[in-house]
Design a protein around this ligand. Structure first.
Ligand SMILES: [Mg+2]
Length: 329
């Protein structure tokens, strides 16, 4: 991902040819005091951060093992009309790749999206941790045989009773949907989903009512009703549950979470500012986060500032420094 720190110093032409995320060791020294790095199109970042947020970032960066939890839509990637076309801002992709390469920094995307879809479209470095479906799906980004990005799923741990409940939901929902043209049932790792989109509207409505009154009404089932979709989950997890679990399993000293939506509030409230945890809301609206930035461009600025602070004090993982390393590294 990065050039060896011991190789010949890259020329300016090499630097300008670098793709976002391919930041060479020589360029690191240049990215200081608000000079965007290669592929960075955000305005000068340090000048855009409020002094109190900058101080909080410094305090966070001074802790030992760090967890950086990031929502995707509305934080790393601007919201777009067609969610299948979402992409990280180049500056954020650059920052995420560089943070991921640092020792004792764990970067995790925590999204409501399906984890596999997210892994495929997010443009994350291989090995990145992804938590999808608001905490119900866990995995890591892998390179697929075709050269794209896929997910190596950690699987979902259901208790015996949850697994039994899911099997019952599947059986009952399939029985109800059977014979309704265009209706189909889909089993997710921790949920059963009824789809009625292609069905006749009256038949779809009648089937939906039967499912809501039947399997969906069972104890322990968490129901989400969407447009021509009924999702029945046997696990109720939140982004907050995910952050608590990540914090414990990764044994970190401090955690940062950046999010833009109401479901991100669950993550904000479980973090602890007195332990130098840092919470940042993107955009308007009430929030439990300690800090706020206006948009994904400013979220990029925060991440680049964190990169700057951490690269000044830590070496990228897997790159032993030697006497020929640049002195500022
Ligand atoms: Mg979001």
């Amino acid at each position: 991902m990065s050039h060896s720190a011991t190789g010949p110093q890259p020329t300016d032409a090499d630097r300008s040819a670098a793709e976002p995320g391919q930041v060479d060791a020589g360029a690191r020294g240049r990215v200081d005091g608000g000079v965007p790095g290669p592929g960075v199109d955000a305005p000068l970042f340090s000048a855009r951060l409020r002094p109190d947020l900058d101080e909080a970032l410094e305090a966070f960066a001074a802790r030992g093992r760090l967890l950086v939890g990031l929502d995707f839509d509305g934080v790393l990637a601007p919201i777009v009309v067609d969610p299948t076309t979402s992409r990280m801002l180049p500056a954020s992709a650059d920052a995420v790749a560089r943070l991921s390469a640092l020792p004792d920094v764990e970067v995790v995307l925590v999204s409501g999206r399906d984890a596999e879809d997210l892994a495929a479209l997010a443009g994350l470095p291989t090995g990145s941790r992804v938590v999808g479906s608001h905490g119900a799906q866990w995995g890591r980004v892998v390179t697929t045989p075709g050269g794209g990005a896929g997910l190596e799923s950690d699987g979902v741990e259901l208790s015996e009773s949850q697994a039994g409940l899911k099997a019952e939901l599947l059986r009952e929902t399939e029985a109800l949907a059977d014979g309704v043209d265009g209706a189909w049932v889909h089993a997710k790792p921790a949920a059963v989903v009824l789809h009625t989109r292609p069905a006749d509207p009256a038949a779809a409505e009648a089937l939906t009512e039967r499912v809501l009154a039947g399997p969906a009404a069972r104890d322990g089932v968490h129901v989400l009703v969407g447009k021509q979709v009924v999702e029945m989950a046997v696990l109720e997890v939140t982004k907050g549950d995910a952050m608590v679990q990540l914090r414990q399993s990764l044994d970190v000293d401090a955690a940062l979470y950046i999010g833009d939506d109401t479901t991100d509030e669950d993550a904000f409230v479980v973090l602890d500012a007195t332990a130098h945890d840092l919470t940042i809301k993107v955009g308007e609206g009430p929030t439990a986060a300690a800090y706020r930035v206006t948009d994904p461009d400013e979220a990029s600025a925060v991440l680049l500032r964190l990169v700057e602070l951490l690269e000044a004090s830590r070496s990228p993982a897997g790159h032993e420094q030697d006497s020929r390393s640049s002195p500022e590294v």
